[in-house]
Design a protein around this ligand. Structure first.
Ligand code: UD1
Ligand code: CA
Length: 455
């Protein structure tokens, strides 16, 4: 169920597309579902901003059911009837509860089949149950359920119940659809509540049972910004704990933001206030200093990333040193042992083994060989206003400070470029290129000027 608007989030973005742990709520739930059944048997019920939701998760291969008017969770399942008719049982998941695990879903299904139930619901004991539906058991020791009562309809005694309805169910399909028409909208939200099926089925003498999960965190729904941020925190803390158990040092983990799919090898040290996002992979024995943000990048072993670096879509080979304050944009490929220093921006470049660009430089669309020294303030002029051009700098080249290399241009192996040169023509191997006007020195000029100014 992913059709709701999520009014409580006060957002333009549909609720299920809000992100926790670096992924949308719905993407988390679909990931869990597709580890229990194949994607072709998963149906996402979409409605509010359906097009946007569909395109966000279409790559998962699941099917979609359109609930064009959102008249409650019961109505969502009514709309899905044609899609579900061919199945014996249906697992119903809430698209806004992202921590659900495949194990719990599978256990719920097995329990349902064992019990030969018409409806099985997942419950949890919460310290703060406010807002959730409460489970009314027939008696405290049996799994039989009498009803689920929603917060708004609960009596003050019922509000004392800590066992909540998690919003995950298994139904026997024939029983579900032969009774679903009995749902009504006679409730404070004027909606069809799927939760009312518990009472409907019980009154039809169909078995309704509950299974409680021990891990109450996994059922939390993200209905408000505060809940969203708390769930995000829980997911990220679990990720840090997993990484630490695998040999990664994370100082002050509450300040670090590490997405779920990130991989980090042992003995790497992550300092406070670091973000590692998307599909990043970090090698062993690296050190990532504070305030660096790394997205979709691959970092080899033994790399030092000093403070404040920003990497996106970059590859950095072993023992390279970056920063402080380097900006590696997509397509940056930094070779083994290379150095990229302060205020250096790179884009779509290869920087060869052991090469250095340590200060105040822009390197874009460049192929730079091994053992090259790029002086402070060097700029590759890669853009002519219409097209991008490539700069080639071969092995062992020395580029003097404050040089501009107007692409397309090639500097041959072992060549020198004098400081402050503007290089517009290829430089042959082992040559020296000086692309600046000669210095003029006027002896005594300053003294004479001062003397002339005196009254
Ligand atoms: C629901 C349950 C409540 C339970 C809680 C657990 C009902 C009536 N109540 O409340 O007992 O404790 O979940 O998190 O079901 N949706 C649709 N179509 C609709 C309405 C909702 O697809 O017409 C989707 C929403 O996008 C959401 C999910 O169903 O992903 C649950 O809806 P929501 O409004 O969040 O229900 P809760 O008030 O949280
Ligand atoms: Ca909810």
């Amino acid at each position: 169920m992913a059709a709701g608007k999520g009014s409580r989030l006060k957002s333009q973005l549909p609720k299920v597309l809000h992100e926790v742990g670096g992924k949308s709520l719905l993407a988390h739930v679909i990931a869990a579902a597709t580890r229990v059944v194949p994607p072709q048997d998963v149906f996402a019920i979409i409605g509010h901003e359906a097009g946007r939701v569909r395109s966000a998760v279409a790559h998962t291969g699941v099917n979609f059911v359109l609930q064009s008017e959102q008249r409650g969770t019961g109505h969502a399942i009514m709309v899905a009837q044609p899609a579900l008719a061919a199945y014996d049982h249906v697992i119903v998941l809430s698209g806004d509860a992202p921590q659900i695990t495949p194990q719990t879903i599978a256990q719920l299904l097995n329990f349902h089949l064992d019990q030969q139930a018409a409806m099985t619901l997942l419950s949890a004991d919460l310290d703060h149950p406010t807002g959730y539906g409460r489970v009314l058991r027939k008696n405290p020791r049996s799994a039989g359920v009498q009803a689920i009562v929603e917060e708004k309809s609960a009596t003050s005694t019922q509000k004392q119940i800590h066992e909540i309805n998690a919003g995950f169910y298994v139904f026997a399909v024939p029983q579900l659809f032969s009774h679903i028409k009995k749902l009504s909208t006679a409730n404070p939200h004027a909606e069809y509540y799927l939760t009312d099926m518990a009472q409907v089925l019980r009154q039809a003498r169909q078995p309704v049972v509950v299974r409680k999960t021990e891990n109450s965190a996994e059922v939390l729904g993200a209905n408000t910004r505060a809940e969203l941020s708390f769930i995000d925190y829980q997911i990220r803390m679990r990720k840090c704990e997993q990484l630490m158990s695998e040999g990664v040092t994370i100082f002050y983990p509450v300040t670090c933001v590490i997405d779920n799919d990130v991989e980090i090898a042992p003995d790497t040290v992550i300092e406070p206030f670091v973000q590692i996002l998307g599909n990043s992979r970090i090698g062993a024995a690296c050190r990532i200093r504070s305030y660096s943000v790394i997205r979709d990048s691959e970092i080899g072993d033994g790399v030092l990333i000093r403070n404040g670096c920003v990497l996106e879509g970059a590859r950095v080979e072993r023992n390279a040193v970056l920063g402080p304050y380097s900006h590696l944009r997509p397509g940056s490929d930094i070779g083994e042992g290379a150095h990229v220093g302060n205020f250096v921006e790179t884009k779509k470049i290869k920087l060869g083994k052991g090469s250095k660009a340590n200060h105040l430089t822009y390197l874009g669309d460049a192929e730079i060989g091994a053992g090259v020294n790029i002086g402070a303030g060097t700029i590759t002029c890669n853009y002519d206003g219409a097209q991008k051009h490539t700069t080639i700098i071969e092995d062992g080249v020395f580029i003097g400070s404050d040089s501009t290399l107007v692409a397309p241009v090639r500097v041959g192996k072992g060549a020198y470029v004098a400081a402050a040169s503007c290089i517009t023509e290829d430089v042959p191997e082992d040559a020296l290129a000086i692309g600046r006007s000669r210095q003029i020195t006027k002896e005594s000029w300053a003294r004479e000027k001062r003397a002339a100014r005196k009254p």
